[in-house]
Write a protein that binds this ligand. Structure first.
Ligand code: HEM
Length: 368
């Protein structure tokens, strides 16, 4: 069962917290908010590894966020919108064959890497290594193979070391590495957070959106129209952002984050002991029928949408992510129709991922 189905089954049974051995998976909307907004009882210090800022609590976390939020401020990331457009146009040109693109998942990964390189100015010779790394990371995650996990972590550290060494003066990577008196391990940790997990998340968001557009041609046309009049001076596009958030709410590929209890807690009628691992299931919370009706309603559901989290660890990458998604679709939609069928009209078969989103999205881009 994929995480979305699993959460839906729990909702039907009326479960808000699922006990699994000595771990707890929180799928109820109210309960997820209660966990994410209470860092005193649900600590983020879940890993032995340095994770800045997501593994920090309290004042240490506040200080790390001050530094990081500065880099991710809407007006600052807006400067990279032209690079995101260029990355999308390049990827499309490279992927198109006989007027169509079959492998949307591969396209999405290449774009996620290209956009990030535009933003952080990592050298082009790292492109293939980053693409291969995303694949290895995705496969290692489900394998339970410790040696492979170790290799994946080391390979990423090596990529970051090269990116920092070769960072052009004045680039965001260079500024981060030189302006804050950070230790090498801290720089690696911050950059890993901006890139490692999020390259995969960005690619998965694109696939989920592609499926939504293929299934709803009118919605696709609406997005094509509004992005045809895109104002590139604005970091926020209220209608595009609201539609994107609603698509991702219904099929959130960024499934979960962990916490650890600092004291015994009662949550949704479940007793959780001190020191227990708690999984915030964003995908489940975003589909809680107690909060959301069945429909597709970007404006009405906006206030309760938890795609970008809530509480002190709320995603600082929201604006840059929405800008990257906007640039991608602004380049795709004038050139292509997103369709759920093969060239001879047969319905495409997709494969959902056990980690959320799609392993193979059932869509094709057909030249318009
Ligand atoms: C592409 C889709 C993305 C989604 C759906 C997403 C979602 C989230 C969510 C739900 C959290 C909260 C985690 C928690 O409470 O433990 C989070 C945290 C975070 N996100 Fe994102 N994110 C995305 C992309 C990005 C990008 C592109 C960046 C960086 C540029 C980024 C940087 C971060 C960081 C640094 C945190 C940790 C914040 C903290 O601990 O204070 N995210 N993200």
């Amino acid at each position: 069962m994929n995480p979305r189905e699993r959460a839906d089954v729990a909702h039907v049974k009326g479960q808000t917290v699922i006990s699994q051995g000595d771990e707890f998976i929180v799928v109820g909307h109210a309960e997820v908010k209660a966990v994410a907004q209470d860092p005193d009882r649900f600590s983020s210090q879940v890993s032995a590894y340095l994770q800045i800022p997501n593994g920090l609590d309290g004042e240490e976390h506040v200080q790390a966020r001050e530094l990081i939020d500065g880099y991710l401020e809407p007006t600052r990331v807006l400067k990279y919108l032209p690079q995101f457009h260029a990355a999308a146009a390049d990827c499309l040109e490279a992927a198109v064959e006989d007027g169509h693109i079959d492998d949307i998942d591969g396209l999405a990964v290449r774009y996620a890497v290209g956009a990030m390189q535009g933003w952080l100015q990592w050298p082009q010779h790292l492109t293939q290594r980053l693409v291969d790394w995303i694949d290895a990371n995705n496969r290692a995650r489900g394998s339970g193979d410790k040696e492979w996990h170790g290799w994946v972590a080391e390979e990423f550290d090596d990529i970051i070391r090269i990116a920092v060494e070769e960072a052009p003066e004045g680039s965001e990577t260079h500024l981060l590495a030189t302006q804050h008196g950070l230790e090498h391990a801290e720089i690696v940790s911050i950059l890993r957070n901006w890139t490692a997990g999020d390259l995969g998340s960005m690619a998965k968001c694109i696939a989920v959106m592609a499926v939504a557009f293929a299934d709803a041609p009118e919605l696709q046309q609406r997005v094509r129209t509004i992005l045809g009049q895109e104002n590139q001076q604005e970091p926020v596009h209220p209608e595009f952002d609201a539609i994107t958030n609603e698509i991702l709410r219904l099929d959130n590929p960024f499934v979960s984050n962990r916490r650890i209890t600092t004291c015994p807690v009662e949550l949704g009628g479940t007793q959780i002991p001190e020191g227990a691992r708690v999984h915030i299931h964003w995908t489940g919370a975003n589909r809680d029928p107690k909060v959301f009706d069945q429909g597709f309603a970007p404006t009405q559901h906006a206030e309760d949408n938890l795609v970008w989290g809530t509480g002190p660890h709320f995603c600082p990458g929201k604006t840059v992510s929405l800008l990257e998604l906007r640039a991608f679709w602004a380049e795709v939609l004038p050139r292509f129709e997103v369709v759920p069928v093969t060239a001879d009209g047969h319905a495409l078969q997709g494969m959902r991922s056990v980690d959320g989103g799609w392993d193979k999205a059932p869509v094709r881009l057909a030249a318009r």
